[in-house]
Write a protein that binds this ligand. Sequence first.
Ligand code: UDP
Ligand code: MG
Length: 342
Amino acid sequence: MNAKPVLMIIIPCYNEQEVLPVTAPVFLAKLRELAELGLISGNSRILFVDDGSSDSTWDLITKYSREDPHYIGIRQSRNRGHQKAVLAGLMEARDRCDVTISIDCDGQDDPDAMNEMIRLYLEGNEIVYGVRSERETDTWFKRTTAQSFYRIMNLFGAEIIYNHADYRLISSTVLHHFADYGEVNVFLRGMVPLVGFRSATVAYRRKERRAGRSHYPLRKMLALAADGITSMSILPIRVISFLGLIVSVFGVVSIIWAIIRQVTGHTVPGWASLVCIISMIGGIQLISLGVIGEYVGKAYMETKRRPRYIISDRTWEPFRRVYLEEKGDAAPIDSTSENAVK
Ligand code: UDP
Ligand code: MG
Protein backbone atom coordinates (compact mmCIF):
# COMPACT_ATOMS: atom_id res chain seq x y z
CA MET A 1 0.00 0.00 0.00
CA ASN A 2 1.16 3.52 -0.76
CA ALA A 3 2.17 5.97 1.92
CA LYS A 4 -0.74 7.61 3.71
CA PRO A 5 -1.97 10.77 2.00
CA VAL A 6 -1.04 14.17 3.38
CA LEU A 7 -4.26 16.13 3.92
CA MET A 8 -4.65 19.89 4.06
CA ILE A 9 -7.87 21.27 5.49
CA ILE A 10 -8.43 24.68 3.93
CA ILE A 11 -10.42 27.12 6.00
CA PRO A 12 -11.31 30.63 4.78
CA CYS A 13 -11.77 33.13 7.60
CA TYR A 14 -13.06 36.64 7.39
CA ASN A 15 -13.53 38.55 10.65
CA GLU A 16 -14.02 35.34 12.58
CA GLN A 17 -12.39 36.15 15.92
CA GLU A 18 -15.49 34.94 17.79
CA VAL A 19 -15.82 31.57 16.13
CA LEU A 20 -12.20 30.63 15.49
CA PRO A 21 -11.37 29.79 19.14
CA VAL A 22 -14.41 27.47 19.14
CA THR A 23 -13.83 25.67 15.85
CA ALA A 24 -10.02 25.60 15.48
CA PRO A 25 -9.64 22.88 18.18
CA VAL A 26 -12.47 20.92 16.55
CA PHE A 27 -10.58 20.81 13.25
CA LEU A 28 -7.35 19.83 15.00
CA ALA A 29 -9.10 17.03 16.88
CA LYS A 30 -10.52 15.80 13.57
CA LEU A 31 -7.07 15.86 11.96
CA ARG A 32 -5.67 13.83 14.87
CA GLU A 33 -8.54 11.36 14.70
CA LEU A 34 -8.06 10.82 10.96
CA ALA A 35 -4.32 10.28 11.50
CA GLU A 36 -4.95 7.84 14.35
CA LEU A 37 -7.41 5.91 12.21
CA GLY A 38 -4.56 5.54 9.74
CA LEU A 39 -6.48 7.35 7.00
CA ILE A 40 -4.04 10.24 6.59
CA SER A 41 -0.42 11.05 7.26
CA GLY A 42 0.65 12.71 10.50
CA ASN A 43 2.17 15.46 8.35
CA SER A 44 -1.28 16.73 7.47
CA ARG A 45 -2.10 20.36 8.17
CA ILE A 46 -4.88 22.83 8.79
CA LEU A 47 -4.43 25.82 6.50
CA PHE A 48 -6.28 28.95 7.51
CA VAL A 49 -6.74 31.59 4.84
CA ASP A 50 -7.33 34.99 6.39
CA ASP A 51 -9.32 36.92 3.81
CA GLY A 52 -8.02 40.35 4.83
CA SER A 53 -9.87 40.46 8.15
CA SER A 54 -9.99 43.72 10.03
CA ASP A 55 -10.32 42.14 13.47
CA SER A 56 -7.82 39.95 15.31
CA THR A 57 -8.35 36.82 13.16
CA TRP A 58 -4.79 36.87 11.81
CA ASP A 59 -3.31 37.29 15.31
CA LEU A 60 -5.26 34.22 16.38
CA ILE A 61 -4.02 32.24 13.39
CA THR A 62 -0.37 33.14 14.07
CA LYS A 63 -0.86 32.30 17.73
CA TYR A 64 -2.28 28.86 16.88
CA SER A 65 0.53 28.18 14.44
CA ARG A 66 3.08 28.83 17.18
CA GLU A 67 1.22 26.57 19.60
CA ASP A 68 0.80 23.61 17.28
CA PRO A 69 2.70 22.95 14.06
CA HIS A 70 -0.40 21.38 12.51
CA TYR A 71 -1.92 24.84 12.19
CA ILE A 72 -0.57 27.00 9.40
CA GLY A 73 -1.99 30.10 7.79
CA ILE A 74 -1.77 32.52 4.93
CA ARG A 75 -3.18 35.98 4.76
CA GLN A 76 -4.61 37.80 1.78
CA SER A 77 -3.42 41.35 1.27
CA ARG A 78 -7.07 42.51 1.44
CA ASN A 79 -10.59 41.14 1.49
CA ARG A 80 -11.43 39.49 -1.81
CA GLY A 81 -14.38 37.31 -0.91
CA HIS A 82 -14.90 33.71 0.08
CA GLN A 83 -14.35 32.15 -3.37
CA LYS A 84 -10.97 33.75 -3.88
CA ALA A 85 -9.92 32.97 -0.32
CA VAL A 86 -10.64 29.28 -0.91
CA LEU A 87 -8.87 29.47 -4.27
CA ALA A 88 -5.78 31.00 -2.64
CA GLY A 89 -5.76 28.17 -0.11
CA LEU A 90 -6.16 25.48 -2.78
CA MET A 91 -3.38 26.91 -4.93
CA GLU A 92 -1.11 27.27 -1.92
CA ALA A 93 -1.80 23.69 -0.86
CA ARG A 94 -1.59 21.99 -4.22
CA ASP A 95 2.14 21.24 -4.18
CA ARG A 96 2.32 20.62 -0.47
CA CYS A 97 -0.15 17.78 -0.01
CA ASP A 98 -1.93 14.89 -1.69
CA VAL A 99 -5.47 15.90 -0.93
CA THR A 100 -7.35 18.98 0.32
CA ILE A 101 -10.68 19.49 2.04
CA SER A 102 -12.15 22.99 2.04
CA ILE A 103 -14.60 23.85 4.80
CA ASP A 104 -16.03 27.05 6.32
CA CYS A 105 -14.62 28.08 9.65
CA ASP A 106 -17.95 28.68 11.39
CA GLY A 107 -18.66 25.05 12.28
CA GLN A 108 -21.80 24.82 10.11
CA ASP A 109 -20.36 22.04 8.01
CA ASP A 110 -19.99 18.81 9.95
CA PRO A 111 -16.29 17.85 10.24
CA ASP A 112 -17.32 14.22 10.82
CA ALA A 113 -18.15 13.94 7.12
CA MET A 114 -14.39 14.09 6.48
CA ASN A 115 -13.95 10.45 7.50
CA GLU A 116 -16.23 9.33 4.70
CA MET A 117 -14.65 11.83 2.29
CA ILE A 118 -11.18 10.42 2.92
CA ARG A 119 -12.48 6.85 2.59
CA LEU A 120 -14.00 7.69 -0.77
CA TYR A 121 -10.73 9.33 -1.79
CA LEU A 122 -8.78 6.22 -0.81
CA GLU A 123 -11.21 4.21 -2.95
CA GLY A 124 -10.12 6.22 -5.97
CA ASN A 125 -12.38 9.28 -6.08
CA GLU A 126 -10.51 12.48 -6.87
CA ILE A 127 -13.33 14.86 -5.86
CA VAL A 128 -15.84 14.32 -3.06
CA TYR A 129 -18.67 16.84 -2.71
CA GLY A 130 -20.21 17.50 0.68
CA VAL A 131 -23.96 17.71 0.17
CA ARG A 132 -26.37 19.05 2.78
CA SER A 133 -29.00 16.50 3.62
CA GLU A 134 -31.28 18.92 5.44
CA ARG A 135 -31.49 22.55 6.27
CA GLU A 136 -33.81 22.71 9.23
CA THR A 137 -31.44 24.88 11.29
CA ASP A 138 -31.38 27.63 8.66
CA THR A 139 -34.15 30.19 8.77
CA TRP A 140 -37.04 29.64 6.37
CA PHE A 141 -35.86 32.61 4.35
CA LYS A 142 -32.26 31.38 4.02
CA ARG A 143 -33.45 27.88 3.16
CA THR A 144 -35.84 28.99 0.44
CA THR A 145 -33.48 31.51 -1.12
CA ALA A 146 -30.62 29.03 -1.08
CA GLN A 147 -32.73 26.31 -2.67
CA SER A 148 -34.03 28.59 -5.38
CA PHE A 149 -30.38 29.47 -5.98
CA TYR A 150 -29.52 25.93 -7.09
CA ARG A 151 -32.70 25.58 -9.14
CA ILE A 152 -32.14 28.87 -10.97
CA MET A 153 -28.47 28.08 -11.53
CA ASN A 154 -29.24 24.75 -13.13
CA LEU A 155 -32.08 26.25 -15.13
CA PHE A 156 -29.65 28.76 -16.58
CA GLY A 157 -27.15 26.15 -17.56
CA ALA A 158 -24.55 26.30 -14.78
CA GLU A 159 -23.95 22.68 -13.89
CA ILE A 160 -23.75 22.63 -10.13
CA ILE A 161 -24.35 19.92 -7.57
CA TYR A 162 -27.64 20.36 -5.72
CA ASN A 163 -27.21 21.49 -2.11
CA HIS A 164 -23.44 21.47 -2.35
CA ALA A 165 -21.66 24.55 -1.05
CA ASP A 166 -17.91 24.77 -0.68
CA TYR A 167 -17.31 21.79 1.58
CA ARG A 168 -15.43 19.38 -0.64
CA LEU A 169 -12.43 17.16 -1.01
CA ILE A 170 -10.16 17.74 -4.01
CA SER A 171 -7.02 15.74 -4.75
CA SER A 172 -3.81 17.47 -5.74
CA THR A 173 -4.06 15.77 -9.15
CA VAL A 174 -7.30 17.64 -9.82
CA LEU A 175 -5.88 20.86 -8.38
CA HIS A 176 -2.97 20.59 -10.74
CA HIS A 177 -5.37 20.71 -13.69
CA PHE A 178 -7.67 23.15 -11.97
CA ALA A 179 -4.79 25.65 -11.88
CA ASP A 180 -5.12 25.91 -15.68
CA TYR A 181 -8.55 27.49 -15.29
CA GLY A 182 -7.25 31.03 -15.25
CA GLU A 183 -10.51 32.96 -15.02
CA VAL A 184 -10.70 35.99 -12.78
CA ASN A 185 -14.40 35.49 -12.01
CA VAL A 186 -14.03 32.56 -9.68
CA PHE A 187 -17.05 30.36 -9.03
CA LEU A 188 -15.68 27.17 -7.54
CA ARG A 189 -18.94 25.23 -7.36
CA GLY A 190 -19.36 25.52 -11.08
CA MET A 191 -15.71 25.20 -12.04
CA VAL A 192 -14.65 22.14 -10.07
CA PRO A 193 -17.09 19.73 -11.82
CA LEU A 194 -15.71 20.92 -15.17
CA VAL A 195 -12.30 19.44 -14.39
CA GLY A 196 -13.80 15.98 -14.52
CA PHE A 197 -12.23 12.90 -12.83
CA ARG A 198 -14.05 10.37 -10.69
CA SER A 199 -16.19 12.00 -8.03
CA ALA A 200 -18.57 11.07 -5.24
CA THR A 201 -20.83 12.82 -2.75
CA VAL A 202 -21.16 12.63 1.01
CA ALA A 203 -24.34 13.82 2.76
CA TYR A 204 -24.03 15.70 6.02
CA ARG A 205 -26.27 17.75 8.28
CA ARG A 206 -25.75 21.46 8.15
CA LYS A 207 -25.64 22.97 11.63
CA GLU A 208 -25.98 26.45 12.98
CA ARG A 209 -23.09 28.89 13.04
CA ARG A 210 -21.14 28.35 16.26
CA ALA A 211 -20.55 32.07 16.86
CA GLY A 212 -20.31 35.36 15.01
CA ARG A 213 -22.64 36.16 12.14
CA SER A 214 -23.08 35.29 8.47
CA HIS A 215 -21.24 37.32 5.87
CA TYR A 216 -23.70 36.29 3.19
CA PRO A 217 -26.73 38.55 3.32
CA LEU A 218 -29.27 38.37 0.50
CA ARG A 219 -27.38 41.01 -1.47
CA LYS A 220 -24.23 38.90 -1.58
CA MET A 221 -26.21 35.74 -2.35
CA LEU A 222 -27.85 37.41 -5.34
CA ALA A 223 -24.45 38.65 -6.50
CA LEU A 224 -23.07 35.12 -6.19
CA ALA A 225 -25.99 33.72 -8.18
CA ALA A 226 -25.60 36.29 -10.96
CA ASP A 227 -21.86 35.71 -10.97
CA GLY A 228 -22.35 31.97 -11.07
CA ILE A 229 -24.73 32.07 -13.99
CA THR A 230 -22.83 34.59 -16.08
CA SER A 231 -19.48 32.96 -15.51
CA MET A 232 -20.71 29.45 -16.23
CA SER A 233 -23.13 29.81 -19.10
CA ILE A 234 -24.19 32.07 -21.97
CA LEU A 235 -27.77 30.82 -21.88
CA PRO A 236 -29.15 34.24 -20.79
CA ILE A 237 -27.74 35.76 -23.99
CA ARG A 238 -29.39 33.02 -26.03
CA VAL A 239 -32.68 33.64 -24.23
CA ILE A 240 -32.39 37.31 -25.16
CA SER A 241 -31.76 36.52 -28.81
CA PHE A 242 -34.75 34.20 -28.79
CA LEU A 243 -36.88 36.84 -27.09
CA GLY A 244 -35.74 39.38 -29.66
CA LEU A 245 -36.75 37.01 -32.43
CA ILE A 246 -40.24 36.45 -31.00
CA VAL A 247 -40.78 40.17 -30.43
CA SER A 248 -39.65 40.91 -34.00
CA VAL A 249 -42.03 38.31 -35.47
CA PHE A 250 -44.80 39.75 -33.36
CA GLY A 251 -43.84 43.24 -34.60
CA VAL A 252 -43.96 42.21 -38.28
CA VAL A 253 -47.35 40.55 -37.80
CA SER A 254 -48.74 43.68 -36.12
CA ILE A 255 -47.42 45.91 -38.90
CA ILE A 256 -49.17 43.77 -41.52
CA TRP A 257 -52.32 43.79 -39.43
CA ALA A 258 -52.13 47.58 -39.01
CA ILE A 259 -51.70 48.12 -42.75
CA ILE A 260 -54.68 45.87 -43.55
CA ARG A 261 -56.83 47.73 -41.01
CA GLN A 262 -55.70 51.03 -42.47
CA VAL A 263 -56.46 50.02 -46.05
CA THR A 264 -59.87 48.63 -45.15
CA GLY A 265 -60.64 51.84 -43.30
CA HIS A 266 -61.04 50.37 -39.83
CA THR A 267 -58.48 52.54 -38.10
CA VAL A 268 -59.29 53.25 -34.49
CA PRO A 269 -57.50 55.62 -32.12
CA GLY A 270 -54.85 53.18 -30.89
CA TRP A 271 -53.13 55.29 -28.33
CA ALA A 272 -53.34 52.87 -25.41
CA SER A 273 -52.14 49.82 -27.29
CA LEU A 274 -49.27 51.82 -28.77
CA VAL A 275 -48.09 52.95 -25.37
CA CYS A 276 -48.33 49.39 -24.07
CA ILE A 277 -46.28 47.97 -26.89
CA ILE A 278 -43.68 50.70 -26.73
CA SER A 279 -43.18 50.30 -23.02
CA MET A 280 -43.07 46.54 -23.26
CA ILE A 281 -40.41 46.65 -25.93
CA GLY A 282 -38.55 49.36 -24.06
CA GLY A 283 -38.47 47.18 -20.96
CA ILE A 284 -37.27 44.13 -22.82
CA GLN A 285 -34.56 46.19 -24.49
CA LEU A 286 -33.30 47.59 -21.22
CA ILE A 287 -33.19 44.18 -19.55
CA SER A 288 -31.44 42.74 -22.57
CA LEU A 289 -28.88 45.52 -22.58
CA GLY A 290 -28.30 44.91 -18.89
CA VAL A 291 -27.71 41.20 -19.34
CA ILE A 292 -25.41 41.74 -22.30
CA GLY A 293 -23.61 44.45 -20.34
CA GLU A 294 -23.05 41.91 -17.56
CA TYR A 295 -21.16 39.71 -20.00
CA VAL A 296 -19.26 42.60 -21.55
CA GLY A 297 -18.24 43.62 -18.04
CA LYS A 298 -17.11 40.08 -17.28
CA ALA A 299 -15.10 39.94 -20.47
CA TYR A 300 -13.58 43.31 -19.61
CA MET A 301 -12.49 42.13 -16.18
CA GLU A 302 -11.07 38.94 -17.67
CA THR A 303 -8.98 40.81 -20.24
CA LYS A 304 -7.28 42.75 -17.50
CA ARG A 305 -5.87 39.47 -16.16
CA ARG A 306 -5.50 40.88 -12.69
CA PRO A 307 -4.20 38.52 -10.01
CA ARG A 308 -6.98 36.57 -8.36
CA TYR A 309 -5.38 36.72 -4.95
CA ILE A 310 -2.29 38.15 -3.33
CA ILE A 311 -0.81 36.54 -0.27
CA SER A 312 0.81 39.05 2.03
CA ASP A 313 1.87 36.80 4.92
CA ARG A 314 2.49 33.19 5.69
CA THR A 315 2.85 31.77 9.18
CA TRP A 316 5.70 29.49 8.27
CA GLU A 317 8.26 31.72 6.62
CA PRO A 318 8.94 35.42 6.23
CA PHE A 319 7.08 36.56 3.17
CA ARG A 320 9.87 38.59 1.63
CA ARG A 321 12.26 35.66 1.42
CA VAL A 322 9.69 33.50 -0.35
CA TYR A 323 9.03 36.27 -2.81
CA LEU A 324 12.70 36.70 -3.60
CA GLU A 325 13.21 32.98 -4.02
CA GLU A 326 10.28 32.74 -6.37
CA LYS A 327 11.80 35.52 -8.41
CA GLY A 328 15.12 33.61 -8.40
CA ASP A 329 16.83 36.73 -7.19
CA ALA A 330 17.96 35.75 -3.72
CA ALA A 331 21.70 36.09 -4.39
CA PRO A 332 23.28 39.34 -3.17
CA ILE A 333 24.23 41.82 -5.85
CA ASP A 334 27.19 43.06 -3.87
CA SER A 335 28.76 40.43 -1.62
CA THR A 336 30.53 43.06 0.48
CA SER A 337 27.29 44.83 1.35
CA GLU A 338 25.93 44.55 4.86
CA ASN A 339 22.80 42.82 3.67
CA ALA A 340 24.66 40.10 1.82
CA VAL A 341 23.39 36.61 2.59
CA LYS A 342 26.14 34.85 4.51
N1 UDP B 1 -15.60 34.38 4.18
C1 UDP B 1 -14.44 34.84 3.55
N2 UDP B 1 -14.46 36.06 2.92
C2 UDP B 1 -15.59 36.84 2.86
C3 UDP B 1 -16.78 36.34 3.47
C4 UDP B 1 -16.76 35.11 4.11
O1 UDP B 1 -13.41 34.17 3.58
O2 UDP B 1 -15.54 37.92 2.29
C5 UDP B 1 -15.59 33.07 4.86
C6 UDP B 1 -16.14 33.07 6.28
O3 UDP B 1 -15.14 33.37 7.21
C7 UDP B 1 -16.64 31.64 6.43
C8 UDP B 1 -17.08 31.28 5.02
O4 UDP B 1 -16.43 32.21 4.14
O5 UDP B 1 -15.62 30.73 6.81
C9 UDP B 1 -18.59 31.32 4.84
O6 UDP B 1 -19.10 32.57 5.24
P1 UDP B 1 -20.42 32.73 6.12
O7 UDP B 1 -20.47 31.69 7.18
O8 UDP B 1 -20.45 34.14 6.58
O9 UDP B 1 -21.56 32.47 5.03
P2 UDP B 1 -22.89 31.55 5.16
O10 UDP B 1 -22.45 30.23 5.75
O11 UDP B 1 -23.80 32.28 6.04
O12 UDP B 1 -23.36 31.41 3.76
MG1 MG C 1 -21.60 30.01 7.47
